[in-house]
Design a binder for this molecule. Structure first.
Ligand code: RIB
Length: 301
């Protein structure tokens, strides 16, 4: 008998080309930055690493990589975190992301999807034993929708991080159990509502979570709303903080945590990710999150 406990992340993997600069350049502006570095990234791969480091359920990832040197650090980072890999090898270049991080820790990102665009509906591996499928929007939308539909058919829980922002076909939302968005992504899906709470109510998905940066996050579950305040930290780089939230949340849910406990853990993991440079390099382990949370007041409404 196979236990329905594993997490499958299906999505993007990029090599991030990162430079820090005093501020993010405006259109037409050139800024002199600091040292250039590369980091394994991509929303899908970051979320898979976050799931694995948060522990509680074996994590697999379906991803597409080129047959090139950029793929190697990505594979190494995922494997080192304990993620089992289903790699589709493409003749396109491995995905890359060009990131400017400001001295305040904010970023601007441009992605060249490359091999990520080659992930097809038929690439989905067997869903035997998969309890949670975690998806994002850096791979083709028809594949994302096909994976969600297949998982819905097996009874697995479908979690969609609708990033980067785009409008979504209603048929995809019908197959989603938990939708995670930031404010901009929420507006892209729900339209310009009068308030965030009103927009949360307009999306026909059982649970919608909106992350609000230093204002924490709000979750609407059915008709109930939960609020988790953010944890204050010294911000170095926010790249991957949202991905860390998604992965840590799904890992906690797969472990059987309640939604309030999962939100608290995900918020703590995401706060810790902001204190270090890079995407996957900044994602904390569960032990680090537990140590951080020890002694912190339980603040959830
Ligand atoms: O969410 C952060 C990620 O977005 C980066 O790692 C970059 O690769 C882009 O996908």
């Amino acid at each position: 008998m196979t236990f329905r406990s594993s997490i499958l992340v299906a999505g993007s993997a990029n090599l991030d080309f990162v430079v820090r600069a005093p501020h993010i350049p405006a259109p037409g502006e050139t800024v002199l930055g600091g040292e250039f570095r590369t980091f394994p990234g991509g929303k899908g791969a970051n979320q898979a690493v976050a799931c694995a480091r948060a522990g509680g359920a074996p994590t697999r990832m379906l991803l597409a990589l080129g047959d090139d040197a950029f793929a190697l650090p990505i594979e190494e980072s995922l494997r080192a975190a304990g993620v089992a890999l289903d790699i589709r090898r493409s003749d396109r270049a491995t995905g890359t992301a060009f990131i400017c991080v400001s001295d305040e820790g904010e970023n601007a990102i441009t992605v060249a999807p490359g091999a990520n665009s080659a992930l097809r509906p038929q690439d989905l591996p067997s869903l035997d034993g998969i309890g949670h499928l975690l998806l994002q929007l850096e791979t083709p939308l028809d594949s994302v929708a096909a994976y969600a539909r297949a998982a819905r058919g097996t009874g697995a829980s479908v979690v969609l991080n609708a990033a980067p922002a785009q409008t979504l076909p209603p048929a995809l939302l019908e197959d989603v159990d938990v939708l995670i968005v930031n404010e901009g992504e929420l507006a892209a899906i729900a339209g310009a509502g009068e308030s965030i709470e009103a927009n949360l109510g307009r999306i026909d998905v059982p649970c919608v979570i909106v992350t609000l940066g230093e204002n924490g996050c709000l979750a609407r579950i059915g008709t109930e709303t939960l609020k988790q305040p953010a944890f204050a930290v010294e911000v170095v780089d926010t790249t991957g903080a949202g991905d860390t939230f998604c992965g840590a949340l799904v890992a906690a849910l797969a472990r059987g945590a309640t939604m309030p406990a999962a939100l608290r853990e995900a918020s703590a993991a995401s706060a810790l990710a902001c204190t270090r440079m890079g995407a996957q390099s900044s994602i904390p382990t569960r032990a680090e999150v537990e140590a951080f949370l020890r002694g912190k007041a339980l603040e959830i409404a």
